[in-house]
Design a protein around this ligand. Structure first.
Ligand code: AMP
Length: 218
């Protein structure tokens, strides 16, 4: 099964993807995480992506598509996959379709996690994560037991450098200009499912699981 998670930055895609991975044993591929790893490893791709990421703009399609297709090839052929943050432009979506066609695969479902703009900024600027285990927190909605420290390993929580207010506004603008058109693209293919993300994490999870349970039955 291949599932794509669409939605603006801060909608909660990462959080919900974790549930999908645990519950349905899918592999999670996040283009943002892949890029951050490239940057940590100081690769040529990481260096080329840096200025785009730091300013909240999209990394050019040709860099992203080749990186993600390579990542997908490394996933065990039988494992189901959830794609998070990719594709993010119509060009990327078309390239993904082409690559999947070549290996006889298809996208089973696109989950569009919709959240109002006014909510996004508050959600993103309050996000914190554990640099050691990747656990995600929020200073208001999902606080750690001890302020600033990870519940699992006690590491000091950090804020992503592009989660600051100025960059967040640009990321939301980029989403509307370049990513939102994918909603119509997948709707036309009859594989789009809407999730209302303007509610508590648990309620979004419940909507999502009902939907994926249904997909698994069909
Ligand atoms: P994310 O962690 O998904 O919010 O992504 C962080 C940043 O990585 C984005 O603001 C973009 O600069 C870059 N990025 C992630 N995925 C893509 C993509 N599919 N296409 C272009 N740029 C991307």
């Amino acid at each position: 099964m291949i599932i794509i998670f669409l939605g603006p930055p801060g909608a909660g895609k990462g959080t919900q993807c974790k549930v999908l991975v645990d519950r349905y044993r899918l592999r999670h591929l996040s283009s943002g995480d892949c890029l951050r790893r490239e940057r940590e490893n100081d690769t040529d791709l990481g260096r080329r992506a840096q200025s785009f990421m730091d300013s909240g703009r999209l990394v050019p399609d040709e860099l992203i598509v080749s990186m993600m297709i390579k990542e997908m090839e490394n996933v065990n052929g039988k494992a189901g996959l959830v794609l998070d943050g990719f594709p993010r432009t119509l060009g990327q979506a078309r390239e993904l379709d082409k690559a999947l066609r070549q290996v006889g695969k298809k996208i089973d479902a696109v989950l569009n996690l919709q959240v109002d703009d006014k909510e996004l900024e508050q959600r993103i600027t309050g996000r914190r994560s554990c640099p050691a285990c990747g656990a995600a927190y929020h200073i208001t909605f999902n606080r750690p037991q001890k302020e600033g420290l990870c519940d699992s390993d006690g590491a000091a929580l950090v804020q992503r450098s592009d989660d600051t207010r100025g960059v967040v506004r640009q990321r939301i603008k980029t989403y509307h200009q370049q990513t939102a058109p994918l909603i119509a693209y997948y709707k036309q293919k009859n594989i789009l499912h809407q999730l209302d993300g303007n509610t508590e994490i648990e309620k979004v999870t419940a909507q999502m699981c009902r939907l994926v349970d249904q997909l698994a039955v069909d």
